[in-house]
Design a protein around this ligand. Structure first.
Ligand SMILES: C[S@@+](CC[C@H](N)C(=O)[O-])C[C@H]1O[C@@H](n2cnc3c(N)ncnc32)[C@H](O)[C@@H]1O
Length: 268
């Protein structure tokens, strides 16, 4: 299955069915993303790989007198984004079903391109970021977050690895997606790709935050298992998985720390 098929198939459908769950995993990074993006009221903003649109709406609240376009390759996620973005409140938001690597943007039509984890999946990253650079006006800004390398001793990696091994599976994400997810995990690679695409002033800063997987351990296990459609799990396995997450329970839910890069750059 290709990346585009996965985001239009079971993976995209799961994200579309559970926007609050996925936002709870990722919204610990939003402050860092929006600090880096520094959106102003009248700006034209593109949110690449916008998914169900939480950051599109976040940008739209900041660019109240501007215009925000959410771009995504996933039909189910864009349908969800449209549902969650009422026109009366967000008349200046539009969503566009497109591959950001190849779609035709109005040249220089944007002041700012942002992304919360939606720019790692391109078949040709240099071509894709060149396309995004072309969408920005001279001096336009790019600000995105992408995952840091999954350290074997990292809290999220360790806990999810343990759950996957109790399930007897290597991973629960499509192989092509898991590989693509890590495509920008090395800062040298980020510099190489963005530099080749014509960006300058490239900055890469590490940020860590708690990702929330559920209200308690049993709830988090239920969600984790639901990511693989049709998977039958015995009560004993489910109990062992729940035990594995108990140390991560907190009054704010099951929290696993993870790290991202906050990447900024601009066009010349
Ligand atoms: C990890 S999800 C993040 C979604 C959203 N930014 C969020 O934070 O909830 C990655 C998103 O990138 C989208 N995507 C993957 N490849 C893409 C491409 N070539 N062009 C546009 N969107 C893409 C996927 O469909 C998915 O919605």
């Amino acid at each position: 299955m290709t990346v585009a098929e996965a985001w239009n198939g079971p993976l995209g459908q799961h994200w579309a069915a559970h926007p609050d769950r996925y936002n709870a995993m990722l919204d610990g990074f939003d402050e860092a993303l929006f600090d880096a993006a520094s959106v102003s009221a009248g700006e034209q903003v593109a949110d690449i790989g916008c998914g169900s649109g939480l950051t599109t709406r976040g940008a739209a609240l900041r660019a109240a007198a501007g215009r925000v376009t959410g771009v995504d390759i996933s039909e189910p996620l864009l349908a969800r984004a449209r549902e969650l973005t009422p026109g009366e409140r967000f008349p200046h938001v539009t969503y566009r079903l497109a591959d950001a690597q190849t779609c035709a943007f109005e040249p220089g039509g944007y002041d700012l391109v942002i992304s919360r984890g939606g720019v790692m999946f391109f078949a040709d990253p240099v071509a894709a970021f060149t396309n995004l650079a072309g969408a920005l006006r001279p001096g336009g800004r790019l600000a995105f977050i992408c995952p840091q390398p999954a350290r074997p001793d990292g809290e999220e990696r360790k806990a999810l690895g343990l759950l996957a091994s109790l399930l007897g599976r290597d991973h629960t994400t499509e192989h092509a997606v898991a590989t693509a997810m890590a495509s920008l995990s090395e800062p040298e690679r980020i510099h190489e790709v963005l530099g080749a695409a014509g960006f300058t002033g490239i900055g890469v800063t590490g940020v860590s935050a708690a990702t929330c997987w559920g209200k308690d351990a049993a709830d988090a296990v239920g969600f984790f298992v639901s990511r693989t459609p049709g998977l039958a799990v015995s009560d004993a396995t489910r109990a062992a998985m729940t035990d594995a997450l108990l140390p991560h329970e907190s009054p704010r839910g099951v929290l696993l720390r993870a790290g991202v890069w906050v990447v900024t750059a601009h066009t010349p």
